[in-house]
Write a protein that binds this ligand. Structure first.
Ligand SMILES: *Cc1c(COP(=O)(O)O)cnc(C)c1O
Length: 391
């Protein structure tokens, strides 16, 4: 069991379970009990726990070189940038260590775009229900009072509009201070809400017309999660900037900000930096993640498994009196309940030996590893329906 966590800052509500070992979509706790993991470390361990091919490159690279700094060439960083850019239709990459940092880089690119356009008081349009991280800039971009509470004054320069409503964005065209739009293709923390492809195409057109950068936060949706390499690929668009982190290193911390077109030309020597960003170990791991995903057609598999998961949940939970909606795309699925359900996390854990998360108080969010088996997807459906049958 967890020791009393008296030396940790109490920023998290933790379950009273500690895992010591994992394999694929399964975990074992200190008592040797087995669990089915339907959250993958919050969309991080997409290729499974203790993936042997990832373990092998970590061990091999660790015995060669961990870190040198960005004062020198880093061939694995060059290779990773090339792979990511060709998959995403981007031209340049900046590497960092987390999602919030990747978004910070994007926000700084937007500020430089404002400078080029001679806009003194630049504004970035963000969405209702958004989540972009916990640094001072990204929490201001986030639409969640709990995240912002206590940290005022919030950084300015953001205008918020309703998500997935193009008219709200069109209403802003007379505002000449706007330089960028930042949004998630699917809002994960916001309760699993998908932007429609027609909305994203209309946002792209508007951004082109107004010279706004279209910046997509793919920290959660990127790397195959939604059944495409990147969430924006469900629409026929290319953003100017995308940010990645979570699944990129399969659990090793690495983030990236990718850009194309004029957005790729804005950072120059000295304008941004990260000590650990793009280190040989992280980049080699991410290269291996991509190689495995390409070889094993992981995004396509995630799309199939996601359909199976969504269909299974809809079938099993049909007519359930407490369910408002079941929605999602790929292996990013939400079950919205009509009551606050935070306690379901611990009940799922102890009664069903299943890891789930709850977002926005009443939406169960499922983010299983992209390599889970069809049997494991059925097992998730089975355990969820048992859990909700007893509520
Ligand atoms: C998790 C997440 C972040 C923050 O990533 P960190 O690595 O925790 O900083 C930002 N944006 C989205 C969409 C996320 O899901």
């Amino acid at each position: 069991m967890n020791a009393k966590q008296s030396y940790l800052m109490p920023t998290y509500t933790r379950q009273n379970v500690s895992f010591v070992r994992g394999e694929g979509a399964r975990l074992w706790d200190e008592q040797g009990r087995e669990y089915l993991d339907a959250i993958a470390g919050v969309a991080v361990t997409n290729l499974g726990h203790a993936n042997p091919e990832i373990t092998a490159v970590i061990s091999q690279q660790a015995s060669l070189l961990l870190h040198t700094s960005n004062m020198f060439g880093i061939p694995w960083q060059e290779q990773l940038a090339q792979k990511l850019c060709s998959l995403a239709g981007m031209e340049r990459a900046f590497f960092c260590n987390s999602g919030a940092e990747a978004n910070e880089a994007a926000l700084k690119i937007a500020r430089l775009h404002a400078r080029v356009r001679n806009i003194a008081n630049p504004q970035i349009v963000v969405m209702s229900n958004s989540f972009h991280g916990r640094t001072l800039a990204t929490l201001a971009a986030t639409d969640n009072r709990n995240v912002q509470q206590g940290f005022e004054p919030l950084m300015g320069g953001f205008i918020r509009v309703p998500y997935n409503e193009i008219e709200a964005l069109r209403d802003l065209v007379s505002n000449k201070s706007i330089v960028a739009v930042l949004l998630e293709p699917v809002q994960g923390e916001g309760g699993v809400h998908c932007a429609s492809p027609t909305y994203l195409s209309a946002v792209r057109q508007l951004c082109d017309k107004q010279d706004w950068l279209l910046m997509m936060d793919e920290v959660q949706t990127g790397m195959g999660r939604t059944g495409q390499w990147f969430g924006f690929q469900h629409a026929d668009i290319t953003p100017d900037v995308i940010t990645l982190a979570k699944g990129l290193g399969n659990g090793f911390p690495i983030g990236a900000c990718l850009a194309q077109g004029k957005a790729a030309q804005l950072f120059a020597a000295g304008s941004h930096a990260s000590t650990f960003g793009g280190n040989p170990l992280g980049c080699r791991i991410a290269c291996q993640v991509i190689d495995i995903m390409q070889r094993d057609l992981i995004p396509q598999k995630a799309a199939q498994l996601g359909q199976q998961l969504l269909a299974g949940l809809c079938r099993q939970l049909k007519g359930h009196p407490d369910i408002l909606a079941i929605r999602g795309i790929g292996l990013m699925v939400g079950i919205e309940l009509n009551y606050p359900a935070i306690d379901l996390v611990s009940r799922a854990l102890t009664e069903q030996r299943l890891l789930i998360t709850i977002t926005r108080k009443q939406t169960i969010r499922l983010l299983p590893a992209l390599i889970c088996t069809a049997e494991q997807v059925d097992d998730i459906v089975f355990r969820i329906s048992r859990l909700l049958a007893t509520c």
